[in-house]
Design a protein around this ligand. Structure first.
Ligand SMILES: [Zn+2]
Length: 111
């Protein structure tokens, strides 16, 4: 099994829909550190699981953006939901780690 992990750092904003009082309900920004892991038992014709550029391209859609608008469809843009959104779009993705701030990380994994 081949595994590749790409780290992408982005700056973007979100606001959370929460049924309780929280500063997170206000639009605010983070410098997100996102690690995307892809796996494949075979390599493509270029000798890769996939080109790292492809991962950066997809995660880059969230850079300097309001993540609420990108995720859309009523998805609450928590770090957990952002991790799943990315995993659903990157080919061969098995794991996405989204660090929203030092010590606060959410992970989505396909098991
Ligand atoms: Zn936040």
């Amino acid at each position: 099994m081949y595994t590749v992990t790409k780290r992408v750092e982005i700056s973007s904003a979100h606001s959370l829909r929460l049924p309780y009082e929280s500063k997170c309900r206000n639009l605010h920004g983070h410098n997100w550190i996102i690690d995307v892991t892809c796996q494949s038992e075979t390599l493509n014709e270029d000798g890769m699981v996939l080109d790292f550029v492809k991962i950066k391209e997809i995660v880059g859609k969230l850079d300097h953006a309001n993540i609420n608008e990108i995720l859309g469809n009523g998805i609450n843009p928590t770090a957990e939901n952002i991790a799943k959104w990315i995993c659903d779009r990157v080919p061969l993705c098995v794991k996405v780690s989204v660090q929203e701030s030092e010590g606060n990380t959410a992970i989505y994994e396909r098991i």
